[in-house]
Ligand binder design. Structure first.
Ligand SMILES: [Zn+2]
Length: 385
């Protein structure tokens, strides 16, 4: 399968991808991926900055000082291989089998990284005097706790007033066919742990006890029936799920003193976190519960509306694959959640995600070549003079 518009000059992407996959970099290791990329970018006139935190390596490389600033973002770390003997080829050997490059990180997301680095190299070589600025942001802490990664770089940029206008995260967003989906936002994730307190006692003497299970049940029933919002054109309605409900001493004749509930909401920007919290706490109070609640604000929702960046990317995808890429906000969280609050237009676009985190993770070499051409064409639209 050869893309009619794929150019032989984009084989540089595959060479770089092989080199990156062969550098073992299970979170938080970088395996030398970022120094390799930094030296390539430095020779093209990028200013290299290392933002290291808690044993994690982060790279910020920028060329130019003017606005608009276009950023390619991604991670060089990969998840563990699992049982290596189950792989058809060793996971860090980067073998090409039937046109697929196989190896841990090939799709998530060294393929995207290789494609955007080579796109930047070709673009800068042909457009030395481009408008605005180009930057590359890489972390080795995406697959882990993500405390010392992208968020640290963004903090530093915020401190000195450095503003990102456009950002493409090279995560594998394609689902069924290459080029079918651009992620232009993500739902927020809010968790809560609730302890409902009662008084322990004998089941035969309930008037001397206070049963927290009985107290919690009507409240939880009401909680699970709340319609939070209707969603909107970009997001499905907000959902609440109780994932854990624990109570009881194990004895059949004892009323317990405590019931513990764990819940999670996936929410859209149609509702605020303050609104969710006050609704839930108001309900618990109305039911006269003696409770403690602990919130976990793990991701804020974001949306990048149809605009300059989406238009440029969709046009490039159409031109190189024939596919009309759909904007979508599904899936889990990604580092886009740290970049979007700066006000930047942020989208994720990359290869097919079917094999990510699996045994025999792989990408079609032709897709990576085409991806690099798409990134390059997007740069031309946004920054060429
Ligand atoms: Zn990833």
């Amino acid at each position: 399968m050869t893309n009619a518009k794929g150019r032989s000059s984009t084989n540089d992407s595959i060479e770089l991808l092989i080199d990156l996959v062969q550098r073992e970099s299970v979170t938080p290791e970088d395996g030398g991926c970022q120094p390799l990329i930094a030296s390539r970018l430095e020779s093209l006139g990028f200013t290299i900055e290392w933002v290291n935190s808690g044993g994690v390596t982060n790279l910020w490389a920028r060329r130019g000082t003017a606005a608009p600033l276009m950023v390619f973002a991604g991670h060089t770390d990969v998840v563990p291989t699992g049982d290596e003997t189950q792989w058809s080829s060793p996971p860090f050997s980067a073998e090409i089998i039937d046109g697929y490059l196989c190896g841990r990180g090939a799709a998530d997301m060294k393929g995207g990284v290789a494609a955007f680095i080579t796109a930047v190299e070709r673009f800068v070589t042909e457009n030395d005097d481009h408008n605005g600025s180009i930057a590359v942001l890489l972390t080795s802490d995406e697959e882990g706790p993500a405390i010392h990664g992208t968020t640290k770089v963004i903090e530093k940029l915020n401190d000195r007033g450095e503003k990102i206008d456009y950002c493409i995260v090279g995560e594998p967003s394609s689902t069924e066919t290459f080029g079918d989906i651009i992620r232009n936002g993500r739902r927020g994730s809010l968790g809560a742990h609730i302890d409902v307190h009662g008084t322990q006692g004998h089941v035969a003497y309930p008037h001397l006890a206070d049963n927290p299970i009985h107290r919690a049940m009507p409240a939880l029933s009401e909680l699970t029936n709340i319609v939070w919002d209707e969603g909107d054109e970009h997001f499905p309605p907000t959902t609440l799920q109780i994932s854990n409900f624990n109570a009881g001493t194990g004895a059949t004749n004892v009323i317990p003193a405590l019931a513990s509930i764990e819940l999670n909401l996936r929410y859209s920007p149609a509702i605020t976190i303050e609104n969710i919290k006050s609704t839930i706490e108001g309900l618990l109070k109305r039911h006269n519960l003696n409770y403690d609640i602990e919130w976990r604000d793990s991701a804020r929702p974001f949306i990048t509306q149809q605009g300059t960046l989406c238009d440029a990317l969709q046009t490039a995808i159409k031109e190189h694959t024939g596919s009309s890429a759909r904007l979508d906000t599904g899936g889990g969280t990604s580092d886009g959640r740290f970049i979007a609050p700066t006000g930047a237009q942020v989208v994720e676009f990359g290869p097919i995600n079917k094999t990510i985190h699996q045994i025999d993770e792989r990408v079609l070499c032709d897709d990576i070549k085409t991806l690099s051409s798409i990134y390059e064409a997007t740069l031309v639209t946004l920054l060429a003079r």
